[in-house]
Ligand binder design. Sequence first.
Ligand code: SF4
Length: 316
Amino acid sequence: DEVLVEVKNLKKYFRVGKNAILKAVDDLNLYIRKGETLGMVGESGCGKTTAGRTILGIYSPTDGEVLFEGKNVHKLSGREKKEYTKEAQIIFQDPYASLNPRMTVGDIIAEGIDIHGIYTGKERLERVYELLRMVGLNKEHANRFPHEFSGGQRQRIGIARALAVEPKFIVCDEPISALDVSIQAQIVNMLIKFQRELGLTYLFIAHDLAMVKHISDRVAVMYLGVNVELAESFELYKNPLHPYTQALLSAIPIPDPEVEKKRQRIMLEGEVPSPINPPVGCRFKARCKHAKPICGELNPQLKEVSPGHYVACHLY
Ligand code: SF4
C-alpha cells in the first residue's frame, strides 16, 4: 500500500528554563498508509500532540524528518509549504477554544477557502452551505456564532472547516475527548464516513485505547515521548505485548459482565515520570512489574516481533 506520511527518527525537544530540556518526542518512527487511520494513544505528556503538530509542520523538529508524499515537510519551498497547509489539516480537541468567538460559523468554515483563494462570492457561499449539510447542520447556521452551538455541533463545525479545503490528510487531535460519550460515537462515525467518501488519511490521537478502537486500522502506543508498541488494531487489542499496552487495555470495561468478572485489571502504579529528565533505560520501568536489571540500563528499541507488530521492550 502507498505510504502517505513517513516519520523518521523524529525528535522534538523544548528548552525549559536555563538548563533543562523537555524531550516531548524522542526518536519516533512510523508511517501512515494512504486511506488508513493510524490511532495514536497515550496519557497526557506522552508527546502525542507534539508529534501531531510536528508532522503538520506547525513545529520544526529538533532532529529527524517527516515526509509527506516523499517530501520533507520541514524543507518545502514557500509555495509547497502553502500547499501542504491545505493538504494537511487539523481537528482540535476543544472545538470551542479553537473557533474564533467573534466570527460567524460561515466565515470560520471558509477560512481556508479564503486563505487559499479557492472560491469567492456566490461559489464560496454555496461551498459553505454544502459543508454545513455534509456535517449535519444547515445553511441557517452560517450566520450564527460558535457560542450558539453545543459541543458536538461545534466539533461538526471544526470538521467542516478542516474539510473545506479538500485535504488529503487530517490530524484529529483528541477530537472526541471533550465530548459526552453519547456524542463521541456520532463524531467517530462521521469521520469514518468522510474517510470512505473522500479517501482521507487520519492520524487519530486519543488518550485511551477505547476511543481509537473503532476508527483505527493500526494503533501506535506512546509513552514518555517514545512509541512503545505499534500494530494492526485487531492484533493489538487481541495480543498486546508491551506491559504498558496491557495495562491500558485492561482498563477498558468489557460490556459482557461474565467476561468482565473474570478479567484481571492491571493497575498502573505511580505517575508518568517527567519528560524533562526521562529515566535511563526503559522509560516505563518504574511502573513495570516485569522490569529486569537490563531495563534500567538499556533503552529498548522498537522491534518487529511478528509481521507488522512492533514492540519496544526487553521481554521480546
Ligand atoms: Fe518492563 Fe523492561 Fe519491558 Fe520496560 S523493557 S516494559 S521495564 S520489561
